[in-house]
Ligand binder design. Structure first.
Ligand code: AMP
Ligand code: MG
Length: 319
């Protein structure tokens, strides 16, 4: 059920059930982070492998020490600058955080979401919320309450509707080396350039695929059911599929119409923020066509373009 009733969501959470929660990045599948029962339910609903830890959402930076300890100076600097917002930091965990949440790791991933409904929900409960994206493991992330309802409408009691996600791609995840310096573990909504401007030189380890530090960085992720092909010459692929049903996803350029072609342009004016916000809804829409193939090309490899391209490459991986 899609609802705007925060009380209803709170009641479900207090019973150790899980609910759909809007954030500025993507919709989350939220449960009490201190309840093993709730956390187990998240993994079960999402069919997420137990080795893949969850992000813990807190109401404000002041709550950080309820879940984490030994916080490096650079982490505090980043929280002051980016919270509430789409930056997740990985810190030494406190023992009150169940091992299930962190997949047995000694660290916990934490952030303060920048969404009025998520913040109101967090302010109404006495515990943080563990919340991975509200999609079955490996599929396209949800950016509307309708997407979550389509995935889990029959499985979870409610999805809080907070409108379409403003950012539209996942949070950036940053860990800290032994030297206390930040390391990007997953590209996301906050660009490396923005983090560097605050915290200085940065290492990016986003592409670790076989033994990832952020195990969610599996090579196949964010994937539509339809085959997704990346090409720097999409017209050539379209020629190959002439007359058959095909989806086309472009950054800003609209290609000439063809029979049986459905085109989605992410941002006519070539704005990366607008493109990021539109990305997953576009993939959902094109995947619904049951086309033979979805063709796309990569964006410029700068700023948010890097994160968008990373999602597209993972979405295009075949098992
Ligand atoms: P999702 O919530 O679906 O966006 O996925 C959460 C991401 O956070 C996954 O990529 C996890 O691997 C990552 N993550 C969660 N906890 C940790 C941690 N302690 N260390 C590194 N990455 C983490
Ligand atoms: Mg996810």
């Amino acid at each position: 059920m899609i609802t705007r009733d925060i009380r209803l969501a709170v009641d479900c959470l207090n019973k150790n059930d899980v609910v759909g929660m809007p954030t500025e990045t993507v919709y989350g599948l939220a449960g009490n982070a201190f309840s093993e029962q709730a956390v187990r339910r998240i993994f079960e609903v999402k069919q997420r492998p137990a080795f893949n830890p969850l992000i813990v959402h807190i109401n404000s930076a002041a709550d950080l020490d309820t879940v984490a300890t030994d916080i490096p100076e650079a982490a505090l600097l980043l929280t002051r600058h980016f919270w509430p917002g789409p930056l997740t930091i990985v810190l030494k965990k406190k023992s009150c955080v169940p091992d299930l949440v962190t997949a047995g790791k000694a660290t916990v991933a934490v952030r303060v979401p920048d969404h009025p409904v998520a913040l109101q929900l967090l302010a109404s409960i006495a515990y943080p919320l563990a919340a991975p994206s509200a999609n079955p493991f490996g599929t396209i992330s949800p950016t509307t309450a309708g997407h979550v309802d389509r995935y889990f409408g029959n499985t979870i009691p409610c999805v809080l509707d907070g409108g379409p996600c403003r950012k539209g791609i996942e949070s950036t995840i940053v860990g800290f080396g032994d030297d206390g310096l930040p390391v990007v573990l997953r590209l996301g909504s906050v660009t490396s350039e923005e983090i560097e401007a605050v915290a200085g030189a940065l290492t990016v380890r986003n592409n670790a695929v076989t033994a990832p530090d952020a195990p969610g960085m599996l090579s196949r992720h964010y994937s539509p059911k339809t085959e997704l092909v990346i090409s720097d010459n999409p017209e050539k692929i379209l020629d190959r599929y002439a007359g058959r049903k095909v989806g086309l996803l472009t950054f800003s350029e609209r290609l000439p119409d063809r029979p049986a072609l459905v085109q989605v342009v992410l941002s006519e004016k070539g704005d990366m923020n607008e493109a990021a916000a539109a990305l997953y809804a576009a993939l959902h829409e094109l995947d619904q066509l049951s086309a033979e193939v979805i063709v796309t090309s990569l964006l410029p490899e700068t700023g948010l373009g890097r994160a968008i391209n990373d999602k597209l490459r993972r979405a295009a991986e075949r098992e």
